[in-house]
Design a protein around this ligand. Structure first.
Ligand code: NIG
Ligand code: FE
Length: 443
């Protein structure tokens, strides 16, 4: 049953709220931090801090305390509390909610017809050249009303929240003209207000060159710089600025100009890079101190060196590489070189029509040879950093937002990526409120 979205948002009622919530008898409390870290890198990614037979106390939307059951002083907790809700988690694990640091989940209409073209052998670039791909979504976006967009995006957020996601970054980039880009970003702003997830918004006007600028890419870049960025900044609609810096899309020079313009308006860089070639995207992202560079199918020693000297989070999108049958990013090489790595879903209608972060963990293990501990770090604390919410989310730490989920009874953390299609997320808490409990098998 979902307490929040469908039933309560339209009427404006509040979600179920308790003064304090105490989760007891947790088989394993996963990803705990005494000293919160900004990210976890290299060899440390394989070490995950957990407490067996634990409790977790939530107060006022935040994590207030946690520890071993034998250290729990329930009387002290009950003192001065009007109401204490208790949840018994015997046999179950508790993990911090996923942070999905790269999505395009505001869109109009699905693109399963292109999926068939892909099955028949057309490449992503060929589909794009025929006016499919991003331009297909742009045509539909321009016709869609803000209301339709909001409703469909809200349904997607409801779905990913039930899958365990508690923070999500959402990009514009299907408008490709000022009014439609503003429309998308206004929808994201409404989603920020209407849901308990932590949401960050990214302006991605440079996702593709729209049809009307087909022979004038520089003209479109000028429109982004002179018209779109100032209009978006005037309404404070974007936390970040993104550019698809890759072969056949935007050049390093274009990217440099747009990131520079965005920076002047307070939008930090967070870019698509090196998905289709060694594009120079990583280097230009690092030059602008991007919070993350994402995709990274084409990464060599130069890119690794450049990232090692930066504060930029390398972010890999296993769903897109899986769905498009692309080469896999050299994640092991990056981790062995001492880098942190984040994983995100890239939820979008073209290259990754899924926002299921548990499946992303499975892909991380199966296709990138990451350990379960590594994929947990990559989808929580590291992806929290990649969207700028590492102080509020991404681990179980006192003072962080109480965004976490309780699993069904399972043997241990390894079972999460292993059982790659089972829904193992039983109960979801966001901002300390019970948001979702999965229906029992008999319902
Ligand atoms: O991240 N690579 C660029 N953009 C998206 C694809 C969006 C689409 O095809 O609609 C991505 O994969
Ligand atoms: Fe993307």
């Amino acid at each position: 049953m979902c307490y929040f979205f469908s039933t309560l948002v339209p009427s404006g009622k509040k979600i179920e709220k308790f003064m304090k919530t105490l989760i007891t008898n947790i088989k394993q409390l996963v990803q705990v931090e005494k000293e919160p870290r900004t990210w976890v890198a290299g060899k440390d990614m394989a070490h995950l801090e957990c407490i067996e037979n634990a409790y977790l106390l939530v107060e006022d939307q935040k994590i207030a305390a946690f520890g071993k059951m034998e250290t729990l002083n329930k009387e002290a907790i009950e003192k001065g509390t009007d109401f204490l809700k208790e949840v018994d988690a015997t046999g179950r694990l508790v993990l911090p909610s996923f942070c999905d640091s790269h999505t395009h989940l505001v869109y109009a209409g699905s693109r399963e017809i292109e999926y068939i073209d892909k099955i028949r052998g057309l490449s992503y670039e060929e589909i794009a050249r025929r006016g499919g791909g991003i331009l297909n979504s742009a045509e539909r976006m321009r016709k869609a009303s803000e209301e339709e967009l909001f409703d469909s995006a809200l349904a997607r957020i409801e779905e990913i929240a039930a899958f365990g996601t508690g923070a999500v970054e959402i990009k514009s980039g299907y408008g490709l003209e000022t009014e439609s880009e503003l429309k998308m970003l206004r929808v994201i702003r409404r989603l920020k207000e209407a849901t308990p997830l932590l949401i960050k918004s990214t302006f991605l006007g440079a996702h593709a060159v729209p049809a009307e600028y087909r022979n004038d890419q520089t003209g479109y870049v000028n429109t982004i710089i002179n018209e779109m960025i100032p209009a978006i900044a005037a309404e404070e609609l974007a936390d970040y600025i993104d550019v698809f810096c890759d072969k056949g899309f935007f050049t390093v020079e274009d990217t440099d100009r747009m990131l520079n313009a965005g920076m002047k308006y307070g939008m930090r860089a967070k870019i698509h890079a090196n998905e289709l070639d060694y594009s120079g995207g990583v280097q230009v992202g690092v030059k602008y101190n991007a919070v993350s560079v994402d995709h990274l199918e084409y990464i060599g020693p130069e890119e690794i060196e450049c990232l090692l000297e930066s504060e930029t989070m390398p972010t890999v999108l296993p769903g897109a590489a899986f769905f498009l049958n692309m080469p896999y990013s050299p994640v092991r090489k990056m981790i062995e070189a001492g880098l942190p790595v984040a994983l995100a879903s890239d939820y979008n209608p073209g290259s990754s029509p899924s926002g299921n972060m548990k499946f992303i963990m499975s892909l991380g293990c199966i296709n990138y040879k990451m350990l379960p501990e590594e994929v947990i770090h990559a989808t929580t604390i590291n992806s929290a950093y990649a969207m700028g919410v590492e102080e509020e989310a991404g681990s179980i730490a006192v003072g962080k937002q109480a965004n976490f989920y309780i699993t069904k009874p399972i043997p241990g953390i390894e079972y999460l990526p292993y059982a790659y299609t089972s829904n193992l997320i039983d109960t979801v808490f966001l901002k300390g409120c019970l948001l979702y409990t999965s229906p029992s098998p008999r319902d």
